[in-house]
Design a protein around this ligand. Structure first.
Ligand code: NAD
Length: 486
């Protein structure tokens, strides 16, 4: 059994109480490593280490120098990609082909993007309607930033926070998911090698209600960036509010993928499939509701079923695998529970609908790719985030009805429309209550443009130039030039 250590200041350490959590391989269903079970005292050490680092050499670096370190880190991520990919395949069940085919490069790109931005955060001189007064804004680091990360994409979802937080000059404590900490623990070791001073990046592992809540309530923490479920997000926001700490929340989704009758149906099929079945549906932006025009609904669903019927489920490390396992035992049970709910609600599984037992992965946590028809938007399976390879199909008759169904959800993370009509491509996106709308595309995301949710899908945005401001304090400086100075 492999043993992983936390990074606190200059130390690689177990938890103070020397307690451990087993982490399981979703393909085999067996424990394969242990991670430290940090508690309040470990959280406090990490926050203090981060605070000290901010007052030390890190705080004296110029923004350009911080950018150089982030560039070096991006390079090290590429050089160590084999190790990082192996860890996410083993710990999370992410497919090697997906990580090697671009996802790991995408993670490295975050550090480069924010490295470049570090010394381009410009203030503003504002006209003042009083003679002799000069006003300008500057931006300065907040201090200690806590980044709380879920299990479905640990390296990526940590990096979307770490990169802008460090570019802005803060120091960071990361709390990975208790189900998937190992890749982030390995990433932390690269910070040393890149030349970051000790304490700039700390990682403490353990349970959310133990080490996580200790971090979010620590008085030295000025900002919490969270990605995860809505219950965790609400707890984090409450705790942060007590201490008047700033928060960014990236939460769940139930995103509509809307196919109009005039769409390029081949492209739409590929986009709908990618939207829900890549990462086995374990993606906040999964296109989990297919809204399809009634005139093409039967044909479209038949083609979708045919395209998925022979999908290969199995070892996420193998290049021939199309669909990997569900990442955690708890989530596996939750997806199967939703399939029971679907049956009770009267939905029809035109594909899948049950646990899968692929050769070699019989003890793993596999769910058949599932397409459910006879679904209305008021059913639980159309309203709750399933976070598995489960697509519900809801036909519509008019554009207004499609928009109404799309918006009839508590979530507002993403949406897509598939159409060949310019009027729809231009006219529909503004009407959709979602932080991201794709037209004839799905899952196109980048460090370069904002991502985040409306309604219950979150608060604030990650990515893009504006996201660095989520990690900076704005300062107004007013100079009275009518008073004599030397
Ligand atoms: P989760 O909320 O259970 O856990 C997320 C993280 O929060 C974990 O590290 C956990 O330990 C920690 N945590 C939980 N309670 C806490 C508390 N009270 N105080 C501090 N930390 C706490 O979520 P999960 O099950 O790991 O992840 C799946 C969820 O994440 C899904 O709902 C999904 O939609 C969401 N997600 C959102 C995005 C996005 O960008 N919007 C991206 C990926 C995943």
């Amino acid at each position: 059994m492999r043993k992983f250590l936390m990074t606190i200041g200059a130390d690689r350490c177990p938890a103070l109480a020397d307690e451990w959590i087993e982490t399981e391989n979703p393909y085999t269903g067996e424990p394969w490593a242990v991670i430290p079970r940090g508690r309040e005292a470990d959280a406090y050490l990490a926050v203090e280490a981060a605070h000290e680092a901010g007052k030390g050499a890190w705080g004296r670096l110029t923004a350009t120098e911080r950018g150089r370190l982030l560039h070096r880190l991006a390079q090290l991520i590429r050089e160590n990609s084999d190790t990082l990919v192996d860890l996410e395949v083993t710990d999370v069940g992410r497919r090697r082909t997906e990580l090697e085919g671009g996802a790991l490069e995408y993670i490295a790109s975050y550090y480069e993007y924010y490295a470049g931005l570090a010394d381009k955060v410009e203030g503003q001189v504002t006209p003042v309607d009083r003679p002799g007064m000069l006003h300008y804004t500057t931006y300065q680091p907040m201090g200690v930033v806590v980044c709380i990360v879920p299990w479905n994409g640990p390296l990526l979802l940590a990096s979307t926070k770490i990169a802008p937080a460090l570019a802005a000059g803060n120091t960071v404590v990361v709390k990975p998911s208790e189900f998937a900490s190992t890749s982030i623990l390995a990433l932390a070791e690269l910070f040393d090698e890149a030349g970051f001073p000790p304490g700039v990046l700390n990682v403490v592992t353990g349970y959310g209600n133990e080490v996580g809540s200790a971090l979010t309530s620590h008085p030295l923490v000025r900002k919490v960036a969270f990605t995860g479920g809505n219950a965790g997000g609400a707890a984090v926001a409450r705790s942060a509010a007590e201490g008047f700490r700033s928060v960014t929340l990236e939460l769940g989704g139930k995103s509509p993928n809307i196919v109009f009758a005039d769409a390029d149906l081949d492209a739409a099929l590929a986009g709908v499939s990618l939207g829900i079945f890549s990462t086995s549906g374990q993606s906040c932006m999964a296109g989990s509701r297919l809204l399809v025009h009634r005139s093409i609904a039967d044909e479209f669903v038949d083609r979708l079923v045919a395209s998925m019927r022979d999908a290969t489920l199995g070892d996420p490390g193998e290049p021939t695998t199309d669909i990997g396992p569900i990442s955690t035992r708890t989530q596996f049970a939750a997806v199967l529970e939703h399939l029971d709910v679907a049956r009770r609600e009267g939905a029809t599984a035109v594909l899948g609908g049950a646990r899968a037992l692929p050769d070699g992965g019989e003890k793993g946590w596999f769910v058949q790719p599932t397409i459910l028809t006879n679904v209305t938007n008021d059913m639980r399976i159309a309203r709750e985030e399933i976070f598995g390879p489960v697509l519900v199909v809801i036909p519509f008759d008019t554009d207004d009805e499609a928009v109404a169904i799309a918006n009839d959800t508590n979530f507002g993370l993403a949406a897509a429309i598939w159409t060949s009509s310019l009027a729809r491509a231009v006219g529909i996106p503004p009407r959709l209550e979602a932080g991201t709308v794709w037209v004839n595309a799905y899952r196109v995301v980048s460090a370069m443009f904002p991502f985040g949710g409306m309604k219950d899908s979150g608060v604030g945005r990650e990515n893009g130039t504006a996201a660095i401001k989520e990690y900076l304090e704005t300062k107004s400086i007013i100079i009275n030039a009518t008073v004599r100075t030397r």
